[in-house]
Unconditional design. Structure first.
Length: 297
């Protein structure tokens, strides 16, 4: 299996698509989501535009290392973090960014174009802040800065975010389908059969809700990146739907406003998902960003 040792005993499962001679494009997925959430068809679109696409499972999800020894009282720790208290958490977004950099090291890649969705957007932002020499360009999709006054979930989205899925296969699949329906957005067609197939594939590959709790604590404990984002000097694209119920649109606006020269691509009616109908627009925007990065270099 393609497992890469990346950081203090952490191994991540990864996959490469495209030619090794093409510019590397590292895809980083969000909270509790396996690398399969980067649809293969979307990856192939990126490959057709001349990219070496790399997707991987973050720690605590999919086929990457699970931190079973890092037990924590989630409810108490989460409540303390929301009150602004300093508490220990198993890891931070910085550690997850180090995992991604470790994967680049394993693959012999000095610098890459990086794309992150949701929590993955937070991770690639952290990569650009802490490892700027490894970043050729950055795309942050449906993400936010970590500031508590922007990008906050709506009440229903928060309820779903904190709800533990059923452990049985059918219950977990139905829960995943309903979450996908809630987050999808009001206007793009929701393909329930496809959502159910993807949920079943994810469950059969790895069902591990414990990791979601630790990843969520990492997000909250990592704090506000706004000041550090203002110091970035990297070609940046921010993509956000204006009907996102989980990381609301203000998060994307704030991200683009904080990063000098960042482009904000607003996709009307898109929720917290990347519908197939948006893929050509998103791929074109990433390709233009890379062209801009190459011209500057």
């Amino acid at each position: 299996m393609p497992l890469a040792p990346v950081n203090d005993g952490i191994e991540v499962f990864y996959e490469e698509l495209g030619s090794g001679d093409d510019p590397p494009l590292l895809l980083v997925m969000g909270l509790g989501a396996q690398m399969l959430s980067w649809d293969t068809e979307l990856c192939e679109l990126l490959v057709s535009r001349g990219f070496r696409v790399i997707r991987f499972d973050n720690r605590d999800v999919g086929l990457s290392t699970k931190l079973d020894d890092q037990t924590v009282d989630f409810a108490a720790t989460f409540a303390a973090l929301l009150k602004g208290q300093q508490v220990e958490v198993p890891y931070l977004l910085s550690d997850m960014a180090d995992d991604a950099v470790g994967l680049l090291d394993h693959l012999g890649i000095g610098a890459a174009h990086i794309v992150g969705a949701s929590m993955g957007g937070m991770i690639v932002q952290t990569m650009a802040i802490e490892h700027p020499e490894r970043v050729l360009s950055m795309t942050s999709i449906m993400s936010t800065t970590g500031a508590t006054d922007v990008g906050q979930p709506g009440q229903e989205a928060m309820r779903v975010l904190l709800q533990r899925p059923p452990a049985d296969r059918e219950g977990a699949i139905e829960h995943s389908v309903e979450v996908s329906r809630l987050l999808h957005g009001p206007s793009f067609p929701f393909d329930e059969d496809r959502a159910r197939r993807k949920a079943a594939e994810a469950y059969d590959r790895s069902f591990y809700p414990e990791g979601v709790s630790r990843q969520l604590l990492a997000i909250v404990a990592s704090g506000d990146r706004t000041a550090a984002l203002r110091g970035l000097d990297v070609p940046t694209l921010v993509i956000h739907g204006d009907h996102d119920p989980l990381v609301t649109y203000s998060g994307g606006q704030a991200t683009a406003a904080a990063i000098p020269g960042a482009e904000l691509l607003t996709i009307e009616e898109m929720g917290h998902s990347i519908p197939e109908e948006t893929w050509p627009q998103i791929v074109d925007a990433i390709a233009r960003l890379v062209e801009r990065a190459n011209a500057r270099a």
